[in-house]
Design a protein around this ligand. Structure first.
Ligand SMILES: [Zn+2]
Length: 175
């Protein structure tokens, strides 16, 4: 009788321990992955030479998947994306009075540990002849990638710090 009781208690403790392990590993997985599909972040810094942009975007919004490409079609989608990213001038358009000459600085895909989710980390540099008249930027990225729903924009420049949310229907940011 006592033996039975001990066995049952041990069983219960064992299951409680299992629950704790499963619970904490789930919390860990969730805290590691925070991106929301279709929603990106853009940081813009305006200085005396022009503007630098840093975009972070879930890869799903750009090519429709986030795993390491498995088929030729998926590899082609990544290649096409890379081609487009080489030309930041067609994705982010600064008002033309500033006479900017944009180029890509970085294009990197960052995957999570289990390979399920991935972000594009993209940096571009606008070298401008008249940086003092940088006033606005049109995010033409929305027209190129229809899955993007919104981009949270943080900008820092001579007129201070600004936050806004750009959407496909309202893709013009003012600084
Ligand atoms: Zn994802």
């Amino acid at each position: 009788m006592q033996n039975n009781f001990l066995r049952t208690t041990k069983n219960i403790l064992f299951h409680l321990l299992l629950l704790c392990i499963i619970g904490s590993s789930q919390a860990y997985a969730q805290s590691k992955h925070t991106h929301e599909h279709g929603k990106g972040k853009l940081e813009i810094t305006i200085d005396k030479n022009g503007a630098i942009g840093k975009l972070k975007m879930p890869l799903e919004a750009l090519v429709g998947f986030e795993r390491i490409p498995k088929s030729e079609a998926e590899q082609n989608a990544i290649n096409t994306l890379n081609q487009k990213l080489l030309k930041p001038a067609s994705l982010f358009i600064v008002n033309k009075e500033a006479e900017c000459n944009p180029k890509m600085i970085e294009n990197r895909i960052v995957r999570d540990a289990n390979g399920k989710h991935a972000d594009l980390d993209y940096q571009f540099d606008f070298n401008c002849s008249k940086p003092a008249v940088i006033k606005q930027m049109t995010i033409a990225l929305f027209a190129e990638f229809k899955r993007i729903k919104e981009i949270k924009v943080e900008s820092v420049g001579p007129s201070g710090q600004k936050s806004s949310t750009a959407k496909p229907q309202s893709n013009l940011i003012s600084f």
